[in-house]
Design a protein around this ligand. Structure first.
Ligand code: IYR
Length: 228
């Protein structure tokens, strides 16, 4: 459909329409999407089967379509497929995680993680064909090196990561939301500028054959929603 343009205080606005969906189609579409998303699981065992880079490009395009404060899109998605860099990230992550599992994490925390059976070993950081390291831009830097404010940075980057995980699942791949802690080493290894802070490390790939995931139950609607 032809888009019409309207100027508002000197800024262009485009007419916007979504197709009119009937109530019964809304029900079907929302239920189908829920069913598909409910099949998403966090996976820790990856196949090393390669994936075309163009797929990763599309996943990141989707993530970067998320809403953000004042439309600043305060994120950078670093895509690592180089085996040497993956090895370096694994070594640094395992160093930190070893410390965390052996003294930095509380007994309660370790107990909470028992059903997930995680430990400091992170082989997936080398096995997965791609690591997407997401950085948040706590401020922007203009070409002249001037600081520019970003808004709701954590919320914005969290939303973009949600879009990314949905896109990965929709494409037929799996991911892990990994938070090696502390994760400042990622900024160093990837040589990121001073305005970027590591936010999440997301290995992406096919699941390994014979993958098992913990038998987790999701909270029913009445435990997560309140209607007024
Ligand atoms: N970062 C550690 C520990 C960990 C913490 C939480 I909260 C998890 O949900 C899972 C793991 C690790 O990656 O093993």
């Amino acid at each position: 459909m032809e888009k019409s343009v309207k100027m508002m205080d000197g800024y262009p606005f485009l007419s916007y329409q979504r197709p009119q969906v009937t109530a019964s189609d809304l029900l079907k579409r929302s239920a189908d999407f829920y069913q598909s998303m409910d099949e998403r699981r966090t996976v820790r065992d990856f196949s090393d089967q390669p994936i075309p880079k163009e797929v990763i490009d599309n996943l990141i395009r989707t993530a970067s379509s998320a809403p953000s404060g004042a439309h600043k899109q305060p994120w950078t998605f670093c895509v690592v497929s180089n085996p040497e860099i993956k090895k370096q990230i694994r070594n640094e992550a395992e160093k930190e995680e070893h410390e965390s599992y052996n003294g930095r994490m509380s007994e309660e925390w370790l107990q909470d993680l028992r059903p997930l059976q995680t430990d400091w070993h992170k082989p997936f950081l080398e096995t997965a064909p791609y690591l997407i390291v997401v950085f948040k831009k706590v401020f922007d830097l203009s070409e002249e090196g001037e600081k520019k404010t970003n808004y709701y940075v954590t919320e914005s980057v969290g939303l973009a990561c949600g879009f990314l995980l949905a896109a990965i699942h929709h494409a037929g791949l799996v991911a892990l939301t990994h938070t090696p802690s502390p994760m400042n080493f990622l900024a160093k290894v990837l040589n990121r500028p001073e305005n970027e802070r590591p936010f999440l490390l997301i290995p992406v790939g096919y699941a390994a054959e014979n993958t098992y995931v913990p038998d987790l139950k999701r909270k029913p609607l009445d435990q997560v929603a309140v209607y007024y």
